[in-house]
Design a protein around this ligand. Structure first.
Ligand code: ADE
Length: 237
């Protein structure tokens, strides 16, 4: 059972995790999602969680005390806990990171909101991660995206046959084209090789199409591909 904890000012935003595969993963006891509002840890009468920046400047910053208090109040668990700070200044999230995190016992996502946070909050986190090179109004949507990408990699979350091993990005390549019935849709035909029942040829065709797609659509990924010797004849076709 993976424990996923989200520390946020907006726990009500997390309804999307109550649907579909992530919902089923919770019902099956494969994951537990706990939402903690760090405003509950604000000491002042008015439950302030932010304040003006020292040195002046626009906007408000999240104060350290409520977030530190929320983290310190988490139940004691084993060593397998990772604290992850959502931030556009972090390393950009990718499939390999999702794979690593899917093997942890507990993930804690700390979501900032508004203009920014006090620098000392960074001390809390094991790592700082960004969803991508753009700025969101808060870390909540980023955390939801990352939770979704991680949870589907936990064994048992996807069906047996719906393995994640051939997904786009899981082997550094985009996935090959796929087809279902009918074999001829308005004159657009399914490639013959897929109807042939010839497994070795199907595998070869899929590898070639994966390589082709990646070259054409995402040449930036090619440096990260681990080529195999039997790829070279495919590249020449
Ligand atoms: N908070 C604001 N922008 C973000 C981003 N790109 N990734 C993660 N958290 C964020």
């Amino acid at each position: 059972m993976m424990q996923i904890t989200v520390v946020t000012l907006f726990p009500e935003m997390f309804v999307p995790l109550q649907e579909s595969i992530i919902k089923r993963a919770q019902e099956a006891g494969l994951i537990e999602i706990r939402l903690i509002n760090f405003r509950d840890y604000a000491a002042s009468k008015h439950k302030n969680v932010d304040d003006v920046p020292y040195g002046g400047g626009a906007g408000m910053l999240l104060k350290p005390e409520p977030i530190f208090a929320a983290i310190r109040d988490l139940p004691q668990t084993s060593a397998g806990r990772r604290l992850i700070l959502m931030s556009p200044q972090g390393q950009v999230f990718h499939q390999e990171k999702a794979k690593q995190w899917s093997e942890q016992e507990e993930l804690v996502f700390i979501c900032g909101h508004y203009e920014g946070f006090d620098e000392r909050i960074r001390e809390l986190a094991d790592e700082e991660v960004s969803l991508g090179d753009y700025v969101l109004t808060g870390g909540e949507l980023a955390a939801m995206v990352m939770i979704d990408a991680v949870v589907r990699l936990i064994p048992g979350v996807l069906g047996e046959e719906a393995s994640a091993e051939e997904d786009s990005h899981s082997i550094g390549l985009l996935e090959y084209p796929q087809y279902t019935r009918p074999a001829d849709f308005e004159g657009q035909k399914v490639p013959d090789v897929l109807l042939s029942g010839h497994h070795a040829q199907i595998k070869r065709w899929r590898r070639k199409e994966s390589l082709r797609r990646t070259f054409l659509r995402r040449p930036d990924l090619i440096n990260g591909v681990i080529f195999r010797t039997d790829d070279y004849p495919l590249l020449e076709e």
